[in-house]
Design a protein around this ligand. Structure first.
Ligand code: SF4
Ligand code: SF4
Length: 483
């Protein structure tokens, strides 16, 4: 293994696991999604070209591969829009990977893209190097096009669907990243069924949109974070106690997750993988959640800017969370710095008492600090804006999660929960007529409640019978995308 560029690996440090999201174009993107506060991070580097230089690419890959013990090391690309770097940049990344990869380690490549630049050539490249692609799609056309528009304000749905079909035709492994915002949160089943049945994806990530702003910033922020001619635009920083019009409502977020979970747990366990449900199941079995937002502490997922600047987290690319530049200091030293350790433990140490006493703390841990700008009912600051949603969700899923965790502990498969729930339903509701009151006590007619079509029992198909517990089978699908 040669060592040609950048500072040397500090000999006193031991190797350790951490995750880097690299942004080779910085904040530069060909789209202008209204809620994408990252577009505003262009303001951090005025006059810059926003392209990662070749020698920095080599330094980055070398430092990353020599810092981690393996056996699997993730190389993750994000943006902005990373495909704007062009294929040759990524071909060089593969060459540097081959140069610096240590014996006994494997390298997993991931990229998050809006899909609009994908071509058959890109897909062939992804397939050849076994990339896991994250494709951003917010649901059916009218929901996707509400906020995901190009620089001219034009819709992008058709281009993204074209990218999905292209990747399917080339056998590229991809998951869908769906942001949940004011425009789609009231349509959970429409979104879920569209992704499952029309896009045909088996791997789904839901990310709630929370754009936090100050009172002064609110009118500007509501216009979106992209460029507006020569007008100055705001730089997004994690400050303020107000939210934009696009921000998801906390209780609606809970209802969104609950509705999709109810459909998933009765028919899709083992065949469709929803990152948040996998993370929850991990918490119920006592394993690490696999998503930093649900971990007790964080700080193991840093963000690398196009010029080598390393920040504490992708959500905190702002001056006070700059750790240093990897051209000057090895990234392992930066990740191991006091500043970064304090960033990570702050997630636990700043948790309000209300959360410390919460029954679902083991699964939530106060979620991400970026969203902790509310006050608890007794006036303590630091409660998560999404608390009402998470409290509802983690309470709602408790029983089926206990059932799946119990199955896994007994060496069975999580998808066996489906026939168990179906049998329970049959025992409780078997003789109830469609127009009778539902025996669950809701006051609704049976056909509008537990007799609805979406809760019908799933047949145990051969694929489901063969499917392994969700935690084990889905883990590789989220590699490198936990932040
Ligand atoms: S929990 Fe939030 S602040 Fe911590 S690493 Fe994850 S995204 Fe960043
Ligand atoms: S559900 Fe609410 S109170 Fe409970 S840990 Fe999460 S944020 Fe805190």
């Amino acid at each position: 293994m040669k060592n040609t560029l950048g500072p040397d690996l500090p000999s006193a440090s031991s190797l350790r696991h951490f995750h880097v999201l690299a942004k080779p174009t910085g904040a530069i993107c060909n789209l202008d999604c209204k809620y994408c506060f990252f577009l505003s991070k262009e303001m951090l580097y005025p006059g810059d070209r926003f392209r990662m230089a070749d020698d920095l690419l080599e330094t980055y890959i070398r430092q990353l591969l020599e810092s981690q013990p393996g056996p699997e090391i993730s190389v993750a690309w994000q943006g902005g829009e990373p495909t704007l770097m062009g294929l040759d940049f990524f071909r060089r990344a593969m060459e540097y990977t081959a140069t610096y990869q240590r014996p006994g380690t494997t390298v997993a490549h991931t990229i998050q893209t809006n899909g609009t630049e994908l071509t058959p050539e890109w897909c062939a490249f992804f397939r050849e190097h076994n990339f896991l692609v994250g494709l951003s799609l917010d649901g059916p056309q009218e929901m996707h096009d509400l906020y995901r528009v190009d620089k001219g304000g034009r819709p992008t749905f058709d281009k993204v669907m074209r990218a999905a079909r292209l990747m399917q035709a080339h056998g590229v492994e991809f998951n869908i990243l769906t942001t949940v915002n004011a425009g789609n949160v009231e349509h959970p089943l429409e979104v879920y069924r569209f992704l499952r049945d029309e896009v045909g994806t088996r791997f789904i990530q839901f990310i709630p949109i929370v754009e936090r702003v100050t009172r002064e910033m609110l009118p500007l922020a509501n216009q979106g974070w992209g460029a507006r001619g020569s007008d100055p635009r705001p730089l997004y920083v994690q400050e303020g106690g107000l939210v934009t019009d696009r921000t998801v409502d906390a209780e609606a977020w809970g209802r969104f997750l609950n509705a999709i979970f109810d459909e998933w747990v009765t028919r899709d366990v083992g065949t469709v993988f929803v990152q948040m449900f996998d993370a929850a199941l991990a918490s119920w079995v006592g394993a690490p959640a696999g998503m930093c937002i649900f971990a007790e502490t964080c700080g193991d997922a840093v963000a690398l800017e196009h010029n080598g600047d390393l920040y504490s987290c992708d959500h905190f690319v702002e001056p006070k969370h700059l750790l240093g530049n990897i051209r000057k200091v090895h990234m392992l030293q930066l990740v191991d710095s006091d500043q970064q350790r304090a960033f990570g433990t702050h997630k636990r140490d700043s948790l309000p008492n209300y959360c410390r006493q919460c029954a679902v703390r083991f699964a939530c841990h106060g979620e991400c600090p970026k969203n902790r700008f509310m006050s608890t009912p007794d006036g303590e600051p630091g409660l998560n804006y999404l608390c009402a949603g998470y409290l509802s969700f983690f309470t709602h899923i408790d029983r089926p999660m206990r059932m799946m965790a119990d199955l896994l502990r007994r060496g069975r498969y999580a998808d066996e929960v489906m026939p168990l729930l179906a049998a329970e339903k049959a025992a409780m509701f078997g003789s109830t007529g469609r127009n009778h009151l539902c025996p669950c006590g809701s006051g609704l007619k049976f056909k509008r409640c537990h007799g609805g079509a979406h809760v019908s029992a799933a047949e145990p198909t051969p694929e489901r019978i063969n499917a392994r517990g969700t935690i084990r089978s889905a883990r590789s699908a989220w590699r490198g995308q936990e932040a």
